[in-house]
Ligand binder design. Structure first.
Ligand code: TXA
Ligand code: MG
Length: 313
């Protein structure tokens, strides 16, 4: 890919970005917290392209950005407590981790197979216009290379991801400058997963419930969420052939019962990974066998996830 273009976040720029996102090509966009790398949350291929650009070595679940509460409710189940927080802080820098709605139109890769989904209604007018123009929820991690700090200006994004993404919409410096507060909303309590500009006191006041400060970083290394989806069936890796009773997941020249990517494309495999693990787990098979995946590019993240799925438990 050639140099990354930076264009103004005016109506022409937003229209161009929306067209690219509809084609599955991620675009960096301003939000009030930090710049995000936005893609169509309903498309596994689009989400795989986000991970590929960031060079993430594992699949950390992504935040889904919505334009309104109605769109949020198609994706997640909002309890009365969640509604109180939405009323108080949306649009704005609050992300809520909620149970996924049945038949949510979200690619499995967005949540890395979790039964919960992180949702935020951003306040930034450019991000809101983009969600409207695309007409779909947008998955967006911070727009920086994996392991480097978040970007608060279009130039930071271009420096961090130059040649890895096509386009940055320049909406000026981000107002908040730190990532959104993330809170897991449970029945009648809240768990703080990431501190941000919406504080614990603000959450307690608006929610009227106690808050556990169990920060994610304190208990879990990136991508090692304890609640991570693990199949209920045993998983065997590097399987060129299947044993009797196994659901064989293929890749490349290993066909399997179903293939992650017959053309050995790691992006296609990433896009299908979690949906296929769910399908294999729900099948009549006793175990799951997975073909070898090369340890390069997105293959690193796929293998990281597969090793977790296969780990003894
Ligand atoms: O301000 C923000 O939140 C920015 C802008 C672009 O919206 N986005 C952002 O995304 O910071 P990211 O991917 O850099 O951080 C999202 C965090 C990750 O640490 C991820 O593990 C967590 O959200 N997360 C996402 N889904 C989750 C879930 N279902 N359960 C627990 N944590 C989740
Ligand atoms: Mg980040």
């Amino acid at each position: 890919m050639s140099h990354t273009r930076i264009i103004p976040a005016d109506p022409i720029g937003i229209a161009e970005a929306a067209a690219m996102i509809r084609q599955g090509r991620p675009v960096a966009v301003p939000t009030e917290t930090v710049y995000g790398l936005a893609g169509d949350a309903t498309s596994g291929d689009a989400v795989a392209a986000i991970y590929a650009a960031k060079g993430r070595p594992s699949f950390n679940p992504l935040i889904v950005h919505v334009g309104g509460v109605a769109q949020a409710e198609r994706i997640a189940i909002l309890s009365p407590l969640a509604h109180r927080l939405a009323l108080a802080f949306w649009p704005g820098p609050l992300t809520m981790v909620l149970p996924m709605a049945p038949d949510a139109p979200i690619a499995g890769l967005v949540t890395a197979g979790l039964p919960t989904v992180a949702i935020r209604m951003p306040a930034h007018p450019v991000m809101r216009a983009l969600i409207d123009a695309v007409g779909r929820p947008l998955a967006a991690p911070s727009a920086n290379a994996s392991g480097s700090i978040s970007a608060t200006r279009a130039e930071h994004v271009a420096r961090s991801l130059d040649g890895l993404i096509e386009l940055v919409l320049d909406g000026g410096p981000a107002e908040v400058g730190i990532e959104s507060t993330i809170v897991a909303v449970e029945r009648d309590r809240l768990r703080l997963l990431r501190p941000g500009s919406i504080t614990v006191d603000m959450l307690a006041e608006a929610g009227g419930v106690p808050i556990d400060r169990q920060e994610m970083g304190a208990i879990e290394a990136p991508g090692q969420l304890s609640s991570h989806y693990a199949p209920s069936k045993p998983v065997r890796l590097d399987a060129v052939t299947a044993d009797p009773g196994e659901f064989h997941i293929g890749f490349g020249n290993v066909p399997g019962r179903a293939s992650l990517s017959a053309r050995a494309d790691p992006a296609e495999a990433a896009a299908r990974l979690f949906d296929m693990l769910h399908a294999a787990d729900a099948s009549d098979a006793d175990g799951i066998a997975v073909a070898p995946i090369p340890e390069t590019g997105l293959g690193l993240a796929i293998n990281d996830r597969l090793r977790r799925a296969a780990a003894p438990r």
